[in-house]
Design a binder for this molecule. Structure first.
Ligand SMILES: [Zn+2]
Length: 407
């Protein structure tokens, strides 16, 4: 007997189907009304659009919803880092857990069932975020696949030994990846090497904040690609942000893309916060602060797109909804609808090292059903009405009766 039958969903190509699920895997996708056999639970999708579930490849859940508590009047990256660092000791660990779990539950309700979050450690801040987010990962284990990155810097310079120690402590506490921000270090090359060596020794992956600055001279992606190949870590390394890549001429963007693709380094672009934080104060033709996404796709790089921060000093607005990210990709990176959907779904799962989630037999049952007639309409309207399946089980169901004025 099957575990779950989702009746009458619409696929992206417009066909109407019934989706049967057994043991967390899609066992069949048949034209509506033709699926037979016993099923423990039947859910009528009533013509909702069904897609593979979304992913969030780059969150900072420890900071979620702090926008009204820790203020950043300048609105830039330095201001956000400053207010966080000078106040972090006042934020109790229980508060971190509560806000982060709330953000995960909102992400899941919007159709995101795979999440990678960074957990900042600093010499003065300790491992509070790591401990909190590992606890949240435990609490939401039935709702989403969650990965935690121990993000430590500086690992070069006078305080380097403290941060290098914290990377190892983070792995010991059960985090899934090593992170950092080489462009902020005294010695970026050493910082990249430390991250890769620590990850290799600890048997975990790497996700680094790379080149998050509007300075065309700051370009460490090709070196990261070389180091990744040398360490034999292809497929286990992610470069996030990569803002200055977008300042290069097109042929140089493609050259970097080829190096990343050859080395198996994935890339995460983050339009929401990088449009907000970068180019502050430039009133005439401000640059967009995004990696050269078109060149990266053209050269075969595995690209994902995420939201980064939500309602905190780094980004005071924002929803926990991957469709918001897709919408921004279409407006600001000039991607097509299907390309944007690829980056928040399949692209993200590839960067996270997870199997593809498709609406097809044999695929893991990671699904989102949305009250929309097409992928384009879903991204445009971002309707709250969604039904979400994780590991073969309905984990969220938000239904809305009407989206128009009725008076
Ligand atoms: Zn980040």
């Amino acid at each position: 007997m099957g575990d779950l039958l989702l009746r009458d969903g619409i696929l992206a190509d417009g066909s109407r189907v019934d989706i049967a699920i057994a043991d967390s895997v899609i066992s069949s996708v048949d034209p509506t009304g033709t699926a037979g056999g016993d099923t423990a639970e039947v859910v009528d999708l009533e013509g909702r659009l069904v897609l593979g579930a979304f992913g969030e490849p780059h969150a900072h859940l420890d900071k979620a919803f702090l926008a009204d508590v820790l203020l950043n009047p300048a609105g830039d990256l330095d201001g956000a880092v400053h207010v966080m660092r000078s106040n972090w000791h006042r934020v109790p660990i229980d508060d971190v857990v509560e806000r982060a779990e709330r953000a995960v539950r909102k992400l899941v309700a919007s159709g995101t069932t795979a999440i990678r979050t960074h957990a900042d450690t600093t010499p003065e801040g300790g491992l509070k975020s790591v401990e909190a987010l590992v606890e949240v990962r435990r609490r939401v284990a039935g709702l989403a696949d969650m990965q935690v990155v121990t993000m430590a810097y500086p690992v070069s310079g006078p305080d380097g030994d403290v941060s290098r120690n914290q990377l190892e402590q983070g792995i010991a506490l059960g985090t899934d990846l090593v992170g950092g921000a080489p462009h902020l270090e005294d010695d970026p090359s050493m910082a990249m090497a430390v991250a890769l060596e620590t990850a290799a020794a600890g048997g975990v992956a790497v996700d680094l904040h790379m080149d998050e600055v509007l300075d065309a001279g700051v370009q460490y992606l090709e070196e990261l690609a070389r180091l990744t190949e040398a360490a034999g870590l292809g497929g286990r390394v992610t470069a996030s942000h990569c803002v200055s890549h977008g300042l290069l001429p097109p042929e140089e963007q493609r050259e970097v893309g080829r190096a990343l693709a050859d080395a198996g380094v994935g890339l995460v672009t983050l339009p929401r916060t990088n449009l907000y934080l970068q180019a502050r104060g430039i009133q005439t033709a401000p640059p967009r602060g995004l990696a050269g996404v078109r060149a990266l796709l053209d050269t075969g790089v595995t690209v994902a797109a995420g939201a980064d921060n939500v309602q905190d000093p780094f980004y005071v607005i924002g929803k926990c909804d991957a469709l918001e990210t897709a919408s921004l990709l279409i407006s600001t990176a000039h991607l097509g609808v299907d390309e944007a959907a690829e980056l928040i779904g399949p692209g993200t799962r590839r960067v996270l090292g997870l199997p593809a989630a498709e609406v097809a037999p044999g695929s893991p049952a990671e699904l989102v059903a949305i009250a929309a007639a097409s992928v384009r309409e879903a991204i445009a309207e971002q309707p709250e009405d969604r039904i979400v399946v994780h590991a073969g089980r309905v984990v969220a169901r938000t239904t809305v009766d009407s989206w128009v004025a009725t008076a």
